[in-house]
Design a protein around this ligand. Structure first.
Ligand SMILES: NC(=O)c1ccc[n+]([C@@H]2O[C@H](COP(=O)([O-])OP(=O)(O)OC[C@H]3O[C@@H](n4cnc5c(N)ncnc54)[C@H](OP(=O)(O)O)[C@@H]3O)[C@@H](O)[C@H]2O)c1
Length: 314
C-alpha cells in the first residue's frame, strides 16, 4: 500500500482550495515548531515545508534551541495563536524531557491544533464530535458545492483528527480494506498515534486490541489479527512468523539505520510474503500524514472564513 497516490490526490484537492482562498485575498499558513530536535526532525521539517509549498500553503518555521524554556515556548505559541497569517501549528515531538509536552500542546489554540493533540481536540475526538470524516468518506472530498462539508465545518469548527492515525484509516480505505468486523491489533499506545488509531478503528467497527511494552505475548495477540498496525519505533519488531496469512500490515514506525536509510517496525522481508497488503517505509503512511496535515490546515483556514464572514454562504 503505497501512500504516494492517495497523498497526491489529497494535495491536488488542497491546492485547488488554497487557490480559491487566495482569490479572496486569503493566504493559508502553517507554523512548524522544533525544540532542539534530531536529524530526522530536521528531515521531516524540510519535507513538510517543501510539500506545503507545492500546494501553496505558506510555512513559518520556529526553530528553538534545546535549552529553550517552557515560558519561551509558550510565549511563541501565544504569538502564533494570535497571528492571522497562521492557520495551524505543528510541534515536532519529542521535545526535551524537562518540558511537559501537555503544557505545550494545550497552549495551542484549538482552532489551530491541526494535529489534534490538545486536550480539547482529544476530548472532542474521543466523544466522536470531530470524527465525522471517519463515518462518512464523502465528507473528505471538500468538493465545491457539497453541503455536507459546510454543515460539518459548522458543527465541528475546531476538532481536528491526529494526522498519522487518520492517514492510516484513509490508506486502508483507499485500498479497499474492509475494517468492519476485523480483528485489528495496534502496537503502541501513544497519544499521537497508537491510542487515536485504536479509537478510529473502533469507530470503523473493528475489534481492537492495543499492545504495548508491557504486553506479555505480542505474538499471541497477532496470531488472529486481520489488520496489524505497528507504531513503536522498534525496527523489525514484527516478524513473518508472528502474523497470519492474508493479514493487512500497516507499518507506521520510522527508524533510522546507521547508514542514514529508513526502516519501519515490520521486518518487510519476512512479513510481505504472508501479507495481503503491507505499507512500505518510506513511502507508505508518511506521505499521507503530511497531506492530511495540509488538509487540516486548509480546513482551519476555511473554518475561519466561514466563522468570521458568514455572508460567504449566500
Ligand atoms: N509515518 C508517520 O507519518 C509517522 C508519524 C508519527 C510517528 N511515526 C513513527 O511511529 C513510531 C511511533 O511513534 P510514537 O510517537 O507513537 O512513539 P512513542 O510515543 O515512543 O510510542 C511508542 C509506543 O510503542 C510501544 N512500544 C515500544 N516498544 C515496544 C515493544 N517492544 N513492544 C510493544 N510495544 C512497544 C510503547 O509502549 P509503552 O507505552 O508501554 O512505552 C509506546 O506505546 C515512531 O517510529 C515514529 O517515528 C511515524
Amino acid at each position: 500500500m503505497s501512500g504516494k497516490r492517495l497523498a497526491s490526490e489529497i494535495k491536488a484537492r488542497v491546492k485547488r482550495h488554497v487557490e480559491n482562498l487566495s482569490l479572496m485575498g486569503i493566504d493559508v499558513g502553517l507554523a512548524l515548531m522544533q525544540v532542539g530536535g534530531t536529524a530526522s526532525d530536521e528531515q521531516y521539517l524540510k519535507t513538510t515545508v517543501s510539500v506545503s509549498k507545492t500546494v501553496g500553503i505558506k510555512t513559518y518555521e520556529y526553530r528553538l534551541p534545546e535549552t529553550a524554556s517552557l515560558n519561551e515556548i509558550l510565549n511563541i505559541i501565544n504569538q502564533i495563536n494570535g497571528d492571522e497569517r497562521i492557520n495551524g501549528l505543528l510541534v515536532l515531538f519529542p521535545i526535551p524531557r524537562r518540558i511537559n509536552p501537555r503544557r505545550v500542546v494545550n497552549a495551542i489554540a484549538p482552532e489551530k491544533d491541526v494535529d489534534g493533540l490538545g486536550s480539547i481536540s482529544v476530548g472532542m475526538f474521543a466523544a466522536e464530535e470531530s470524527m465525522f470524516q471517519i463515518f462518512d468518506k464523502d465528507d473528505l472530498t471538500y468538493d465545491d458545492g457539497k453541503n455536507s462539508t459546510v454543515a460539518n465545518m459548522a458543527c465541528a469548527p475546531h476538532g481536528f483528527l491526529p494526522c498519522t492515525p487518520f492517514g492510516v484509516i484513509r490508506l486502508l480505505e483507499h485500498y479497499g480494506v474492509e475494517i468492519k468486523g476485523k480483528n485489528a491489533v495496534v502496537i503502541g499506545k501513544s497519544l499521537a498515534v497508537g491510542k487515536p488509531l485504536a479509537l478510529m478503528l473502533l469507530a470503523k467497527e473493528a475489534t481492537v486490541t492495543i499492545c504495548h511494552k508491557s504486553s506479555d505475548d505480542l505474538a499471541a495477540h497477532l496470531k488472529n489479527a486481520g489488520i496489524v498496525c505497528a507504531a513503536t519505533g522498534v525496527a523489525g519488531l514484527i516478524k513473518g512468523d508472528m502474523i497470519k496469512n492474508g493479514a493487512v500490515i500497516v507499518d507506521i514506525g520510522i527508524n533510522i539505520k546507521p547508514d542514514g536509510s529508513f526502516v519501519g517496525d515490520v521486518d518487510f522481508e519476512s512479513v510481505s510474503p504472508k501479507a495481503a497488503f503491507i505499507t512500505p517505509v518510506p513511502g507508505g503512511v508518511g506521505p499521507v500524514t503530511i497531506a492530511t496535515l495540509l488538509e487540516n490546515t486548509l480546513r482551519s483556514a476555511q473554518n475561519r472564513v466561514l466563522l468570521k464572514t458568514p455572508l460567504i454562504l449566500s
